[in-house]
Design a binder for this molecule. Structure first.
Ligand code: MN3
Length: 239
């Protein structure tokens, strides 16, 4: 680095330092809240207990995958979400936050989605699964897709076609059922979602959800998941 370049770089660094140094006082002049959200219980998110044991979904979803997925992956989304909103104004409930996610940085989007998606995913699985939906949801599936088998095929196709990491959803919007998929930890409740609606079913197709047991065989994982769907929970979400 010659002398001229050094002076230029040093000047930029010092300008950056001044800028960073001024930020809090500008914030206080503007009367912005500087108390971190972490002190407000309403905006600290917590991971709910898993509604069953880690090995409850064997042999379809293995114990080790469940343990790592819940205690490492999901736990990290919750902790990183709390860090990402530590200095923002109160964000409201997780659903309220998702509904206005376009006004937050990408770290909030990724971790709020990760928290919501996994919470729902755990609740939508059970060891005591009925293999078919009942009630109004069953009627609506037959009406929209022709038969349960057609619905299963369309949902499985969407899950196979999701390139890279993401989720596949059955959602309802004004009583109409739709299958859609989202990348990363996005979901249909986000204001940035291409297809919006309320989730009825959620399937995690990130490799961390199946790689230990199924390796690259996503189709086998999806096929196994149909055996552990908590249709009672799905029916309760269909209103
Ligand atoms: Mn996951």
């Amino acid at each position: 680095m010659d002398r001229k370049e050094f002076i230029k770089k040093a000047g930029l660094a010092s300008a950056a330092g001044i800028f960073v140094g001024l930020t809090p006082s500008i914030a206080s002049v503007l009367g912005e809240k500087t108390i971190p959200n972490i002190h407000n219980d309403a905006t600290v998110f917590k991971q709910s207990p898993l509604p069953y044991e880690y090995d409850a979904l064997e042999p379809f979803i293995d114990k080790q995958t469940m343990e790592i997925h819940y205690s490492k992956h999901h736990a990290a989304y919750v902790s990183n979400l709390n860090k990402a909103i530590e200095h923002t104004a109160p964000v409201g409930t997780i659903v309220e936050l998702l509904n206005k996610i376009s006004s937050y940085p990408i770290a909030v989007r990724n971790n709020a989605g990760g928290h919501y998606n996994h919470t729902l995913f755990w609740e939508l699985m059970t060891a005591k699964a009925n293999l078919l939906p009942a009630g109004n949801l069953s009627i609506a599936i037959n009406k929209k897709f022709g038969s349960f088998e057609n619905f299963k095929k369309e949902f499985t196709d969407a899950a196979m076609k999701r390139f890279g990491s993401g989720w596949v959803w059955l959602i309802t919007h004004n009583g109409e059922l739709t299958i859609c998929s989202t990348a990363n930890q996005d979901n249909p409740l986000m204001d940035i979602a291409e297809v919006k609606g309320s989730p009825i079913l959620a399937l995690d197709v990130w490799e961390h959800a199946y790689y230990l047991k199924y390796q690259n065989k996503r189709a086998d994982y999806i096929n196994a998941w149909w055996n552990v769907i908590n249709w009672k929970k799905a029916e309760s979400l269909f209103v």
